[in-house]
Design a protein around this ligand. Sequence first.
Ligand code: NAD
Length: 293
Amino acid sequence: MKVAFIGLGNMGLPMALNLLKAGYEVTGFDLVQSQLNSFREAGGVSAQNVAEAVQDADVIISMLPASRHVQTLYLGDSGLLTVANRDALLIDCSTISPKVSQEIAAVAKEKGFAMIDAPVSGGTGGAQAGTLTFMVGGEVQDVEKGRPLLEKMGKNIFHAGANGSGQTVKVCNNMLLGIQMLGTSEALRLGIANGMDPKVLSDIMAKSSGRNWALELYNPCPGVMENVPSSKDYAGGFGVDLMLKDLGLAVENAQNLEASIPLGKLARHLYETHSNAGNGQLDFSSVFRLKED
Ligand code: NAD
């Protein structure tokens, strides 16, 4: 089976490499030459443009930064939908707006393509280890066609519902994660202000009703846990600006639907403040340092 992989960035490159390792013939394309070189050096075939990458492909996967990149890739004048083989299954793994995802899938369907959205959770570590969680939206037969491939890049493959549902789950999950990280940081800071050892406080809350993923596996207070960004000056991990992008998607989505998300809006504001203070590239758990003023 021939696979085309568009977008070989922090996530796309290791995902494409896992498909190569699993024995798929993978042709990759990225606008950045150094990413293409890394892919070629690891055994992949590099293409010079989208048309070259997707010719003869049975499955086309995209992993791009945001909605506008995905719109241009699929719907642009000489975009993917004008050059790809109509039998190809299209899988967009980028995190984008559910509405945009639905719109692109509708145009793809009109042109005779099968398309699913399959955003991921698990970060660059999960992409390298092949343990990502995929949240998939689309028709059952298309999801099942893509499943064997997704299983080579991830551990959990969930069919969420119709086209766009994968993106909806991703937006809800990351909004909850962003809020959870803020709440966990706040509780830890209050304990520390009371003279508590943050490790003792974390251990007790982790066995009490305040337990959550940020507290137990990604503790934002430096020194509480080894091998998490907070203990490495907040380097690596999931950037503040990526969290800000996902919270922006949540706010936009809620506005479109007149859904009420006061905490999501507040979280977006707080991560924005933190980013504007020059912390955009740090891991998102660095909001632990955010002061009230
Ligand atoms: P990235 O910026 O590292 O990679 C995106 C790549 O797409 C870049 O190399 C860029 O050159 C390329 N690109 C952009 N437009 C292109 C085009 N038209 N044709 C070909 N290549 C193009 O981003 P990333 O960290 O790999 O994230 C990709 C997506 O995954 C984003 O939507 C992000 O929100 C989501 N995501 C990221 C993480 C993470 O931890 N990094 C975790 C989960 C989900």
